[in-house]
Design a protein around this ligand. Structure first.
Ligand SMILES: [Zn+2]
Length: 710
């Protein structure tokens, strides 16, 4: 029997239905027709954390660099699933395994980690499909690939997770130590945060300048050879005086027919950008919604970096468009689009630009969409994808652009007008707000009357803060920021991070508290700024992370070995650690509770005792705690609270300087009497239920007799 391993139960059921495996066995797998179909739950295994390796437990510089022999451990909540899969994979009934996890780098890792962990040795073939429809699953099973074709993909995925682990764990610990506060470093993440910080600097360092423009009432603006605005009002007014009531002559007129390229089909990132701009969705929200539409078989595979289809797909497109008639409001659009034939050109089909998966389009099940139960988010994303599908298959948008230049008293004024010739794809797109168009019809040499000339005052503007969509764009077009040509060419194809990880990168920066969402903007926090200033270029530069991407892609292409890449990156980490250990460091983050002055000397070790307030509660602690001293007392310490008192700063001060403090009005145990006593820090200590040593107090009465403390 063949065992099919899907990434999750919903996919297992879809595949089983196509294969005709409809008997559920005792292990929850679906059997029939010579197949057994089972499912993982995404990742079932994870890398151990440094804390789980005995030798790296200690948060101390001496354990760096942390370079373990990587070990996987089961993810606790899914351990039963792992056991079941282990049993099935190694069962005698099974003679072949079909790997049916998602067709991408992560899916490859999910399966292989399990396969290796359970010690399975059976032959494996790979199901590689771009949509979850019946036809696609069937075609995939007719055309199973040898698993070895994906060895390099796995190798690249595995190496990526290793180097990201090594990079993140080592450098986070290293810089947290020197920074004085949490310093969460990620290979891609820190470079992205750096972009946010640089933008913030450009904004705060920006000096605004006023400018003045002159405008005719037909919209034409004053132009000059080098400037089309003036820096001060006075010169603008002089110019206005010069032109006032002077004849205006049309000295130049040129009309041209222009075509406007239609937008490309959606990749995941371009869909995330559009959904953020038009719907205000976060990248993570769009990815999740997209994944669910994929699992509902309405749209093709989400985690794609391609905006194109392959040439064998051209033939199916007319039928795919026809299916959109299932939406009541779309018949007219479909008829219009099919009437003159679809515009299937090199902006749609490009085999060279499709690697693992093609662009996102509706599947052949889209005809059922009108009856499907969809959430509002799903409807909105589905609409965006369908709209883009129509736009991309539409004819060009053509317009006539006319440029006019006017002469007034020797000064030139210029304007352009646009008239639509063919609406083309723009009939599916909301008109641009900025394109309020004016109709002008002048002929060259004509002298016209200009009613009014006005001065328009403006101000130069700083660059804008990143929004999620502009940050995604910047991550995709990262090549523009890289000087090195080879590197820049490489990343121009892919950008920074992968389509599948970009959303998570943004979310992590926010959950680390290095940036926050303010309306649509991503705003760096103070701590985010300080962190970026603190770490060196090689930890935060785009070039650093792009070089590693290049190395990973070389593994995927089979031109370098994973071992070599890991070795070279490990060496970089070691070099950074060694260099930092030699440098002098001043912590940037002083603990929030850093006191102005000590309130006394520690009775245990002689160190300074400070006070800080957390959650409205005062704590008195020795500077050597918790490392070498246990002196740390809360104002509501039981010894005092049981006697109806709060340990005030004044009391603590007296105790530390005079050795004891006289407290009046203590309440007796049975709450019937009050009494006065001298309270002091006991020589003894106690151990609490967590095994920590705690300070004890004791007291003596004014009559010199002694009573035990707690
Ligand atoms: Zn102490």
């Amino acid at each position: 029997m063949k065992l099919v391993v899907a990434e999750k139960p919903s996919v297992m059921r879809d595949i089983a239905a196509v294969l005709g495996a409809n008997q559920t066995n005792a292990d929850g797998a679906l059997c029939g027709n010579g197949y057994m179909v089972a499912a993982a739950r995404g990742h079932l295994l994870r890398n151990k954390t440094p804390d789980e390796y005995e030798e790296y437990k200690k948060w101390d510089l001496s354990v760096l660099p942390i370079i373990p022999d990587f070990e996987f451990v089961p993810i606790e909540k899914n351990i039963d699933v792992l056991h079941t899969l282990a049993k099935l994979m190694n069962s005698r009934e099974i003679d072949e395994i079909i790997e049916a996890t998602d067709a991408g780098r992560e899916g490859e890792c999910i399966f292989r980690y399990i396969y290796n962990y359970v010690g399975c040795k059976k032959p494996v073939s790979r199901l590689w499909i771009s949509s979850m429809t019946e036809a696609s699953i069937r075609a995939g099973f007719d055309n199973l690939k040898p698993a070895s074709e994906y060895d390099n993909l796995y190798s690249a995925g595995y190496t990526r997770s290793q180097i990201d682990w090594l990079w993140g764990m080592n450098l986070s610990r290293l810089y947290t130590h020197y920074f004085g506060g949490k310093c969460s470093i990620g290979r891609v993440r820190t470079a992205v945060l750096n972009m946010l910080v640089q933008r913030e600097r450009e904004i705060t360092g920006f000096v605004k300048h006023p400018y003045y423009k002159l405008k005719l009432d037909n919209g034409a603006e004053w132009i000059n050879e080098d400037e089309d605005s003036l820096p001060d009002r006075q010169s603008a007014e002089m110019l206005l005086e010069k032109c006032r009531n002077q004849p205006c002559k049309v000295v130049f007129l040129k009309s041209q027919t222009k075509k406007e390229n239609r937008p490309l089909l959606f990749s995941l990132t371009s869909l995330q950008i559009a959904a953020n701009e038009e719907l205000g969705y976060t990248a993570a929200q769009t990815l999740n919604t997209m994944q669910s539409l994929y699992e509902k078989k309405l749209l093709t595979y989400p985690r794609t970096d391609s905006n194109y289809l392959t040439d064998d797909m051209a033939a199916i497109l007319p039928e795919r468009v026809r299916m959109l008639r299932c939406f009541d409001d779309m018949s007219a659009a479909v008829d219009w689009l099919l009437a003159d034939g679809l515009n299937i050109d090199s902006r749609i089909i490009n085999n060279a630009k499709v690697s693992d998966h093609h662009a996102i389009i509706p599947t052949e099940n889209i005809g059922n969409a009108a009856n499907a139960e969809l959430s509002d988010d799903e409807k909105a994303i589905l609409d965006l994808v369908i709209n883009r599908f129509l736009v991309a298959l539409s004819p060009q948008h053509e317009y006539i652009e006319t440029e006019y230049i006017f002469d007034v008293a020797g000064e030139s004024f210029k304007c352009k007008t646009k008239t639509t010739k063919e609406m083309g794809w723009r009939r599916f797109v909301k008109p641009d707000k900025n394109e309020a168009n004016r109709m002008l019809s002048y002929s060259e040499g004509e002298i016209i009357t200009v009613g009014n000339i006005s001065i328009v005052e403006g101000e130069t503007k700083p660059p804008k803060r990143y929004t999620e969509s502009s940050l995604l764009k910047a991550m995709e077009n990262i090549d523009r920021r890289i000087v090195d040509k080879e590197l820049s060419e490489y990343v121009s194809e892919r950008g920074l991070g992968t389509p599948a990880t970009r959303a998570a990168i943004i979310e992590k920066i926010i959950s680390d508290n290095y940036a926050e969402r303010k309306e649509k903007n991503l705003v760096v926090t103070d701590i985010g700024m300080k962190m970026i200033d603190f770490v060196p270029d090689e930890v935060k530069s785009i070039e650093m992370t792009a070089t590693m991407e290049l190395q990973l892609s070389a593994i995927q292409n089979g031109t370098v070995s994973a071992d070599d890449v890991i070795k070279s990156i490990t060496n970089r980490i070691v070099t950074i650690i060694e260099a930092e250990k030699k440098k002098p460091h001043t912590p940037v983050i002083k603990p929030k509770y850093e006191p102005k002055a000590p309130i006394g000397k520690c009775p245990k070790c002689g160190g300074n005792v400070y006070k800080f307030v957390r959650d409205n509660k005062a704590v008195y602690y020795c500077e050597n705690s918790p490392k070498s001293c246990f002196f740390r007392v809360y104002e509501d310490d039981f010894f005092f609270s049981a006697k109806g008192k709060t340990l005030t700063e004044a009391m603590m001060k007296t105790m530390l300087t005079k050795g004891e403090v006289k407290v009046c009005g203590l309440i007796s145990k049975d709450k019937t009497k009050t009494y006065d006593a001298f309270i002091f820090v006991s020589d003894k200590s106690r151990t609490d239920k967590n095994g920590s040593t705690k300070v004890c107090f004791d007291m003596r009465f004014p009559d010199k007799s002694k009573k035990g403390g707690k």
